[in-house]
Design a protein around this ligand. Structure first.
Ligand code: XUL
Ligand code: CO
Length: 482
């Protein structure tokens, strides 16, 4: 019984943590509207002064600096392998974690009370939060951001009212973006509202399928209006809890029809951004259809959608599916599908989507090896789908977390470039497969070697001599670059 309760609590915890469930919890926060605004916070979208006073524009100072509010490795304009660091990395702030994350979990109330929050989910509050977002982005010196429709504007009583709320906040976002800041991607939140309990595109209810389509249509329109470079589909509830009550074949067919309709609508409105699917194996469902890069690639292939979509690989999702982040990046890359990275990491001792900022330099170096081999990510980038720990409660922690995540990937980029320039790792791999450079090897690779011919060769060559894989040497070379 006790065990059962523990399991139950664990499952609820998983569900809420991985979904970034935030907006309904915001309402539980105490009033923090500062007195100097005369208590008008919830009616007044204006905010006098800075949201982040005392935080300077973050600059590059180099590795010897001791200040937490400077870049030690990320030097935006510096060229690495012929491209500026900012162009390799194309960093983006995730609105949902940074501005809707409250630190709440199923066992505890919110812990973060940002001074600009007034405890409401009003349009005025949404607009003020949007101003905070752009001040944050400007001070951090990144050029991009990402959002879900429902993070940035509240639901109305009808779909028409909800769309009007979104339009109002998006108009302000457009103004605040100016010429410099770009929307890396937008997306529709098809997982929080109870109507989506059976899924959106894979719901057993046709009315929900239609509602989801209408929501994605609108989210694509506002993404286009904001000059979005990509549009993301993350199927949080596109999966099942039990196969006994699920027609998996029909649900997958519906998902494909939904995505086909999205492709058609993209073309109709002249949106040139890349459509991205973000794989994740589970959470909140027991099984999500876009399990990992390989499963998603096969889904796209089966339904003739390759060429219309790329993948947004999230590191913590890759590890949840039993792979390393590097594995899923390479799987996406060699299939021509690597479009964007949701930059985060999990915790090796915790089995769920903890969405932590990536601080492991070895992992960052492997990530950057894939990105360099891919020739970069553009028009994709690195979106920080990562949040502060519940116990980190200072406004400056938002900056420190992003700076640390950016410096880690910048360091990964520098290390990966060192490895590529040094060439010994590539040479080790090249040598390992060099037997295939022979005449027969080339015939095999060209699909011109049949079994009879190979049998003849095997008899002629006799017992093969098998060389060492040199894994420890490869690890030694890799380590020497960190
Ligand atoms: C959930 C997740 C989402 C997507 C966008 O785990 O990663 O926030 O990135 O819906
Ligand atoms: Co994500």
């Amino acid at each position: 019984m006790i065990l059962e309760k523990k399991n139950m609590a664990g499952r609820i915890l998983l569900l809420l943590l991985c979904m970034n469930v935030v907006s309904f919890i915001v309402n539980a926060a105490p009033q923090t509207c500062p007195a100097d605004l005369g208590g008008k916070c919830s009616e007044d979208s204006e905010w006098e002064g800075e949201f982040f006073p005392g935080i300077p524009k973050i600059k590059y100072e180099g590795p010897s600096s001791k200040s937490p509010l400077v870049y030690k490795w990320y030097n935006a304009e510096e060229e690495i392998l012929g491209k500026k660091m900012k162009d390799w990395l194309r960093f983006s702030v995730a609105f949902w974690h940074t501005f809707r994350g409250t630190g709440a979990d199923p066992f505890g109330a919110p812990t973060k009370f940002w001074p600009w929050e007034d405890g409401t989910n009003s349009i005025a509050m949404a607009k003020r939060r949007m101003r905070a977002n752009f001040e944050f982005i400007n001070k951090l010196g990144v050029d991009r951001w990402c959002f879900h429709d429902r993070d940035i504007a509240p639901d109305g009583k009808t779909l028409e009212e909800t769309n009007a709320n979104l339009d109002e906040v998006v108009a302000l976002a457009k103004e605040l973006q100016g010429d410099k800041i770009r929307l890396l991607w937008g997306t529709a939140q098809l997982f929080m509202h109870p109507r989506y309990m059976h899924g959106g595109a894979t719901s057993s209810e046709v009315a929900v399928y239609a509602y989801a389509a209408a929501q994605v249509k609108k989210a694509m329109e506002v993404t286009h209006y904001l000059g979005g470079e990509n549009y993301v589909f993350w199927g949080g509830r596109e999966g099942y809890q039990s196969l006994l009550n699920t027609d998996m074949e029909r649900e997958l067919d519906h998902l494909a029809r939904f995505l086909e309709a999205a492709v058609a609508y993209k073309k109709k409105i002249g949106f040139n951004g890349t459509l991205l699917i973000e794989p994740k194996p589970q959470e909140p469902t027991k099984h999500q259809y876009d399990w990992d890069a390989a499963t998603t690639a096969n889904f796209l292939r089966k339904y003739g959608l390759l060429g219309e979509f790329k993948l947004n690989i999230e590191c913590n999702h890759a590890t949840l599916s039993g792979h390393s982040c590097h594995h899923d990046l390479e799987t996406a890359r060699i299939n021509g599908l690597l479009g964007n990275i949701d930059a985060n990491t999990g915790d090796p001792q915790i089995g769920w989507d903890t969405d932590q900022f990536l601080t492991d330099i070895g992992e960052a170096t492997m990530v950057m090896l894939s990105v360099i081999r891919n020739g970069g990510l553009a028009p994709g980038g690195f979106n920080f789908d990562a949040k502060l720990r519940r116990e980190s409660t200072d406004v400056e922690d938002l900056f420190i977390a992003h700076i640390s995540g950016m410096d880690t990937l910048a360091r990964g980029l520098r290390n990966a470039a060192k490895l590529i320039e040094d060439g010994s790792l590539a040479e080790l791999v090249r040598k390992r497969y060099s037997s295939f450079d022979s005449e027969i090897g080339a015939q095999i690779e060209a699909g011109k070697a049949d079994f009879e011919m190979l049998e003849k060769k095997a008899m002629e060559w006799g017992e093969p001599k098998v060389a060492s894989a040199k894994q420890e040497l490869a690890e030694m070379i890799f380590q020497s670059a960190l």
